[in-house]
Design a protein around this ligand. Sequence first.
Ligand code: SF4
Length: 439
Amino acid sequence: MATAIEIFKHLPKKNCGKCNFPTCLAFAMQLANQKVKLSDCPFVSEEAKAKLEASSAPPIRLVTIGDGPKKVELGDETELYRHEKKFFHPTRYAIVISDSASDEEVEGKLQRARDLVFDRVGQTLALDMLAVRNDSGDASTFAAMASRVANEGLPMVLMSDRPEALRQAAAGLTRPLLYAATAENVEEMAAVAKELKCPLALRSEDLNTLADMAERARKAGVEDLMLDLAPQRAKDLVEKNTIVRKNAVKKTFRGLGYPIVLNACGDERAVLKAMLSTMKYGGIVLLDDLDPAHALPLFVLRQNIYTDPQVPIQVKAGLYPVNDPREDSPILFTTNFSLTYYTVLADIEKSKVPAWLLVVDTEGLSVLTAFSAGKLSAESVVTALEETSAKERSKKGTLIIPGMLSRMSGKLQELSGLKVVVGPRESSGIPKLLKSGQI
Ligand code: SF4
């Protein structure tokens, strides 16, 4: 987004107030903060509109593949470093299926793709996309395989260097990514992408060639582009991805402001490259296959990078039954930081001892952080006990608190009227405590 001063230069400077702001500068400041729309000023010239819209376009173009709830969105990023704000659209992984593969091989890959689903800290981590590669050289075989794989309901990538094969295969699908045009066929590929309203990937090892291809594709009427920088080594991947992102975000060169696709098929270091791509601005990673042992750490890495660093992942505060508790079951408490909650929950479940888990709202902070920040106190625990009617559901009269909060025990016992038991410092000690018979 342009700064207020840059925007101000293009405004009519009538200071008429029709935009509900007394001066054009005040309006420019609101516009720079994206709190108003340019159309709120009725006097902006067409030329100024074009200039302002161009300068306020995202540095990395937003590209959408597929449709409906499973569609993937890539790009529209504004930051070089995650801690400066956040990264918005996570890296997506696609398993590639050859149109020459046997029925058994195809079904095997599809089943593995379906099985790649994990639950972590309350979120579902799963495979995002499927791709079909035209190894047969035959357009009808390619289209038939694309249609079969599309039945899985995931957004698709169609891989061929033949525009006609892509046209046939993409015709029955919803906005697949066409992969990939080269310097030799960019206009023909762009014609297919334009006709079918599909995003188009461009592939070249050379960034200058890629910039030239992007210009040619835009001239041919295709704006939704992705870039395959064809890195040979892991080092090249990090360097090239960083150059593209940095130039776009810093506005040094906007001609390559598109999401990046990495084809890691046939690469013995595919998983390493997928991880680097996840850490360094990758949009899509194409993989021959993905086994669960590699998928889980990859998905977790992505989950960590693409969470908002300013907003901890939280669960809803409340009283949760674990292992079918009764009135004589004890209460344990923890905070609503997702990672803490799910760790404690898993440890209580492991004990198989019925219990009530009281989750106190600490704005998503973990136990010690919340206590140090004054967001977790004996008073806030008592409030949570009252709001959840915890003492009516558990009549045992025992509250187990995290071991790190032992200094809170006296006051909490006094305020709550419950017998406070200081639990283990680490959640992993909960099963032993619950099974000890001392509670
Ligand atoms: Fe300025 Fe336009 Fe607002 Fe009038 S309506 S004050 S010209 S920005």
